[in-house]
Design a protein around this ligand. Structure first.
Ligand SMILES: Cc1cc2nc3c(=O)[nH]c(=O)nc-3n(C[C@H](O)[C@H](O)[C@H](O)COP(=O)(O)O)c2cc1C
Length: 196
């Protein structure tokens, strides 16, 4: 993969657990095996307000009205040519924290339409159950990429169809590290990203 790429790994988990582990696992592989530099952002400990649909961003085109911790993420979202969004599975869906981040990209797009066009995007879903809704989470992440003219990338058939799918057995990073199938799905996804 050529040197113009920069990957952003984002963990949508409020704690230092399996999602944090899985996203960093992906970044390390992309950097070590494919030479892609990375940035990491976690929602953990951050103040992230919901989009309140005030339309300040649409009217002013100066970004989001909320001066919170997402201000440090906005430049990274724009700069990165590849996104890896990781989410814990909460009731079969993405975390509220990740959803808030995705909704708040409206401000970025209002200021610069097409800001995300053509970027590659992959997903990593981390659930306490083996089949706890990881595919729904990956589908939601892929939907975001499609809607915003990005290019969703999965890990291909035979193991990682929709992307990285991890089972922690509710044991956080330790559980993720022991899920060899889950880690394989991340490796396959990262390698597909590198070939895309
Ligand atoms: C509010 C809540 C809802 C959850 N719902 C699900 C679920 O639907 N399916 C599942 O597999 N695990 C579910 N879990 C378990 C987490 O996905 C699991 O513990 C995961 O490892 C959390 O990610 P983390 O280790 O990065 O914090 C839920 C956990 C919480 C706190």
């Amino acid at each position: 993969m050529s040197g113009e790429h920069l990957v952003l790994g984002l963990s949508g988990s409020p704690r230092k657990g399996g999602t944090d582990y899985a996203v960093n696992y992906a970044l390390q592989r992309l950097e070590a095996n494919h030479g892609v530099p990375s940035r990491y952002f976690s929602v953990r400990g951050k103040t992230i307000h919901f989009c309140i649909h005030c339309d300040y961003c649409i009217r002013k085109k100066k970004g989001c009205i909320h001066q919170d911790d997402l201000q440090e993420l906005y430049p990274l979202l724009e700069e990165a040519t590849i996104w890896i969004l990781g989410s814990p599975v909460y009731h079969g869906h993405i975390s509220a924290q990740l959803k808030a981040v995705l909704d708040r990209t409206r401000a970025l797009l209002a200021r610069r339409p097409g800001a995300l066009t053509g970027k590659l995007g992959a997903g990593i879903a981390v659930g306490g159950d083996r089949n706890g809704g990881q595919e729904q989470v990956l589908g939601t992440i892929a939907d975001f990429y499609l809607i915003n003219e990005m290019v969703p990338v999965g890990g291909g058939a035979f193991g990682a169809n929709w992307g990285g799918s991890v089972w922690t057995a509710d044991r956080g990073s330790e559980g993720a590290a022991e899920d060899s199938e889950g880690l394989r799905s991340i490796r396959r996804t990262v390698d597909r990203l590198a070939r895309s």
